[in-house]
Design a protein around this ligand. Structure first.
Ligand code: PLP
Length: 463
C-alpha cells in the first residue's frame, strides 16, 4: 500500500509568498481539468457569493449576469434550500433509488403537477442535464422500438456520448472522432436574425414555413417509422437564446404527432421560470412526451436532473422493465434541495417576477440594439436574453462567424468582467441571464455597464 502525504509533491508548490486567493487560483489552474478549455488558463478565485453577486479574494464584486451557467436561478446561497439540505443530511443522506424516500416521491409528484398531471405521471431522476437527455433517448427508443433521434444543428444537449451526438453545435465534433453514431440525425432549426428574417408576423410566418417544410421532407426521407424522437431545446439556450418564430414549435409537435414520433423537450437551461413559465414549452401550444430538466430544479445548489415521463409512456413501463438506472438517481439530499427550490419558485411567484422584469429587460435591450452599431439583434423572453453582435448591421456580418478560430468576443467579456459584469456567450452571442430574483434596480445598474462596454465595442469593431 502506498500513502500520499499532503504537500509531499513539489508540483504546484507556491512561488514565494502567495495570498489565499492566489493559492485557490493556482491549485485550480495546476490540478483541475477545466471543461471545454486549454488547460492551465487563469480563472477568478471566488471566495463567497450571495444573491446576484459573487466576490473574489480581493473583495471585487461581480454581478452574475449569466446565473453562472444559467443555473443559479434563485441567486447564490438561497437560505431555504440550504436549510432543506441540512435537515435532510441530518435525517437520511442516501438510500438507493429502489427504496422509497420522502423527498424523492414528494418532488416527483410536485414536478408532475407543474408539468400537468393530466399528461404526465412519473419522473426518472438523474444527476445532470447530459444524463437526463441520455436517459430520455433510451426511454424513447425502448418505448417506440425505433432507433433514430432527430435533433437540431443549433443546439446543445450535453457531453455524455448520446447527448453529445445529439448536440448540434461544434462541441460534438470531438466526440465524433471515433465515428459519428448513425442513428443521430440533425436538422437545421431557425435562427431568425442570422437567416435573414425579422420579427414581423409575415417574416416569421415565412421562416416557420420554410423550416417546417424542410423538416417534413427530412422526416419522409429518413423514414418516419425509424424515428424514435425529436429532441429539442424548448428555446435554444447556449447557442444564443434563439426564440423560435411563431408557430414553429407547434409545427414540429404536429409533425411528430402525425408520425408517432415522440417529442422530447430539453428544459435543462430554459426551464424553472427562466422564461416566465415553469417550463419553456408552456409558452407554446404543445405538450411534449418527455421533458428533461436539470440546473434550475435546485437552483444549482446541488446536482439534480431528470426526465418527466408522460402517462402513456409511464404505463408502458409498468409491463416492460425500464432499461435505465443510476446509483444516485433521486439522491435524497438533491431531492430535498429540489423540493425546497421548486417550492420557493411557487411560493414566491418567481414566474410573475420574471415576467414583470421582462418588461424592463426586453425594452432596454431593444434600446441598446437601436443605439449601438455592434448590436444586430436583441432577444428576450423572461430573463433569458442574448444580443447578437455584428460588424455591420446592414449586411448582418457577424462579429464571430460559426466556429471561428479567432474572435473578438473574449475581449468584450473581459471588459465587462473588469467592470464587475460577469457573463458568457458563444459565437457572436452575448447572453444576459441573471438570477431570477434580481431586482429592477440591480438590473438597471448592470444595463448601464453593458451600454458603456457596447459603446467601446462600437468603436473597436464597427466601421
Ligand atoms: C439545453 C441543455 N441541455 C443539456 C445540457 C447539459 O447539462 P449538464 O451540463 O448539466 O450535463 C445543457 C448544459 O448547459 C444545456 O444547456
Amino acid at each position: 500500500m502506498s500513502t500520499i502525504t499532503a504537500g509531499a509533491s513539489t508540483a504546484g508548490a507556491p512561488t514565494g509568498r502567495e495570498s489565499a486567493g492566489e493559492r485557490v487560483e493556482r491549485l485550480q489552474r495546476e490540478y483541475v481539468m477545466q471543461p471545454w478549455a486549454k488547460q492551465g488558463v487563469p480563472s477568478i478565485a471566488v471566495q463567497r457569493a450571495e444573491g446576484i453577486y459573487f466576490w473574489d479574494y480581493e473583495g471585487k464584486r461581480y454581478a452574475d449576469m449569466s446565473s453562472q451557467m444559467v443555473c443559479s436561478n434563485l441567486g447564490h446561497q438561497n437560505q431555504q434550500v440550504i436549510e432543506a439540505i441540512k435537515a435532510q443530511a441530518d435525517e437520511l443522506c442516501y438510500i438507493a433509488p429502489g427504496f422509497a424516500a420522502k423527498p424523492r416521491g414528494e418532488l416527483a409528484r410536485l414536478l408532475v403537477g407543474i408539468a400537468g398531471a393530466e399528461h404526465f405521471q412519473r419522473v426518472f431522476f438523474t444527476l445532470g442535464g447530459s444524463d437526463a437527455n441520455e436517459n430520455a433517448i433510451e426511454i424513447a427508443r425502448a418505448y417506440t422500438g425505433r432507433p433514430k433521434i432527430l435533433s437540431c444543428y443549433r443546439s446543445y444537449h450535453g457531453s455524455t456520448l448520446g447527448s453529445a451526438f445529439a448536440s448540434g453545435d461544434w462541441r460534438r465534433f470531438a466526440y465524433e472522432i471515433g465515428g459519428s453514431a448513425p442513428s443521430f440525425i440533425h436538422f437545421l432549426n431557425p435562427s431568425v436574425y442570422e437567416d435573414g428574417y425579422d420579427r414581423t408576423p409575415e417574416s416569421q410566418a415565412r421562416c416557420t414555413k420554410q423550416y417546417l417544410s424542410q423538416l417534413e421532407r427530412q422526416i419522409a426521407y429518413e423514414g418516419p417509422e425509424t424515428i424514435a424522437a425529436v429532441l429539442m431545446e424548448s428555446i435554444v439556450g447556449a447557442n444564443g437564446v434563439l426564440v423560435p418564430p411563431d408557430g414553429y414549435m407547434e409545427g414540429v409537435a404536429k409533425l411528430c404527432h402525425e408520425h408517432g414520433i415522440l417529442l422530447i423537450c430539453d428544459e435543462v437551461m430554459a426551464g424553472f421560470a427562466r422564461t416566465g413559465k415553469m417550463f419553456a414549452w408552456q409558452n407554446y401550444d404543445i405538450v411534449p412526451d418527455l421533458i428533461t430538466f436539470a440546473k434550475g430544479v435546485t437552483g444549482a445548489m446541488i446536482p439534480l436532473a431528470g426526465v418527466i415521463v408522460s402517462t402513456t409512456i409511464s404505463r408502458f413501463f409498468e409491463s416492460h422493465p425500464l432499461p435505465c438506472g443510476l446509483t444516485y438517481s433521486g439522491h435524497p439530499l438533491a431531492c430535498a434541495a429540489g423540493l425546497a427550490a421548486t417550492q420557493y419558485y411557487l411560493d414566491n411567484d418567481i414566474c410573475a417576477h420574471v415576467t414583470q422584469l421582462e418588461g424592463v429587460l426586453g425594452p432596454a435591450l431593444q434600446y441598446l440594439a437601436e443605439r449601438h452599431a455592434c448590436v444586430g439583434e436583441a432577444r428576450c423572453i423572461g430573463l433569458f436574453a442574448a444580443l447578437t453582435l455584428v460588424r455591420d448591421k446592414r449586411t448582418r456580418e457577424l462579429l464571430a462567424p460559426y466556429h471561428a478560430a479567432a474572435s473578438p468576443m473574449p475581449a468584450i467579456f473581459a471588459r465587462l468582467r473588469q467592470r464587475g459584469f460577469y457573463t458568457f456567450g458563444r459565437e457572436s452571442n452575448l447572453n444576459i441571464c441573471p438570477p431570477l430574483i434580481i431586482t429592477e434596480h440591480q438590473l438597471n445598474e448592470q444595463l448601464d455597464t453593458l451600454d458603456e462596454v457596447l459603446s467601446w465595442a462600437d468603436r473597436q469593431y464597427c466601421a
